[in-house]
Design a protein around this ligand. Structure first.
Ligand SMILES: [Zn+2]
Length: 242
């Protein structure tokens, strides 16, 4: 009888690795509910009612249950964690998120994120930069470069988009990075005072940073998987390769 062996799915493997690195950096791990209230998913995160961001996110609303959604990001746990913990703290939240959109090679209705939140006295953008640079060096090796670009998300101010140097061409430009030499990997920023207030934290005393990382694209790029739907198809021919 032929011997068969189990394999760890590349998504699970990458999620585990990301969480392990943040644990080394002193982060604790928390999990949040996948069915979330409109309050935690949008309102508490400073997304105004009727703000286009609520449409942009193309949300699954739960039928028959008022103001309830499948969470569109792992960010709701920021406020849930603030409500139950006293700063200083460092936490990462790995998990599934959901968007109501047409599926194709780069879009699925379900995907994975790792959220991070650091709160304390005197936390600045410099702490964010050091933490994420250290994380990417541990994940991809010391040669990886990181850059921050100004961006906007309602729950941070200022907000930044984080790129890392392409690990296929080391920044020279290739098909994977669309000749730019950079790969976009996460959104981040300093936690907006309104979000701190929503979590019962005094913004005059505490500051902090947050980041949200899309894991699926990272896995696809790292393992050369060209269709995101393959990650969820349950086809053992994919998993057996790893
Ligand atoms: Zn490249």
């Amino acid at each position: 009888m032929e011997e068969t062996k189990g394999h760890i799915h590349p998504l699970s493997r990458t999620m585990d690795e990301i969480v392990r690195i943040f644990a080394e950096l002193g982060f604790e791990v928390a999990l949040g509910p996948e069915i979330e209230t409109e309050h935690y998913n949008f309102d508490a995160l400073n997304v105004p009612k009727n703000h286009p961001a609520r449409d942009m996110q193309d949300t699954f609303w739960i039928k028959g249950v008022k103001e309830t959604v499948l969470r569109t990001h792992t960010s709701p746990m920021q406020v849930r964690f603030m409500e139950t913990h006293e700063p200083p703290f460092r936490v990462v939240v790995p998990g599934k998120v959901f968007r109501y959109e047409a599926t194709d090679t780069t879009h699925e209705t379900q995907f994975h994120q790792v959220e991070g939140l650091v709160l304390g006295e005197g936390i600045t953008l410099a702490n964010l930069k050091w933490t994420l640079e250290t994380f990417f060096k541990k994940l991809f090796g010391n040669d990886v470069k990181m850059r921050m670009r100004p961006s906007f998300f309602p729950f941070v101010e200022p907000g930044v988009e984080i790129d890392i140097s392409c690990f296929f061409c080391a920044g020279a430009g290739c098909g994977v990075c669309k000749r730019s030499g950079w790969i976009e990997v996460m959104g981040a920023g300093m936690v907006h005072p309104n979000v701190l207030l929503a979590g019962g934290i005094d913004p005059r005393k505490y500051s902090g940073f947050a980041f949200g990382m899309g894991v699926d694209r990272l896995v696809m790029t790292k393992y050369g998987i060209e269709d995101v739907r393959l990650l969820y198809a349950g086809d053992l021919r994919l998993v057996d390769q790893f």
